[in-house]
Write a protein of this length. Sequence first.
Length: 201
Amino acid sequence: MALQLFYSALFRRQNFLFSVKWYNKKMIKVAIIEDETKEREKLRSYFEMLEKENGMPYLLSFFSDGDKFLFDFHYGMYDLILMDVELSSKENGIVVSEKLRKVDNDVILVFMTNLAQYAIEGYKVNAVDYIVKPISYFDFKARISSISNDINSKHKEKVLIQTDGKKIVVLINDIYYIETISHSLIYHTKNGEYKTYGALK
């Protein structure tokens, strides 16, 4: 019986059970860690301009230091993170990025820096790109538009699992199998196990 349930769950995982919802295919969640108010406002205006041009809405979350960002950060919380390298807080953007990678090694990370030499440091934390300050809209648009298109494509491969009062984003291909125990579903994934309630349909 257990084996039968295993295979039933395995082959029906892409049917998106009632406890799993399509992840919004258009909304792109962005975290911006920048300690300068003027720079935060510039980036906000850039995203608003880009949204009008490409039609993709962005949900922006701003943080003035790394501690505030990391406080409630969890896997799958954001699609894109823009990290200021030269933060004025006790930990610079490199250190903050090292910590976030211990939680989420998949989220797209882009550095913002006054010094191009920090681009080398970016490879250590799997940063996909860097933008040199002062940031021009032309440079911003070229880089963020390309990244946004990649994110939108990947959204089609994600599902949202509600577990322990949180919403966890999981790639379909990262789900190994779904186990049913009584009225519970346990998703065995590449990044761990997630338990929710319900039954296979």
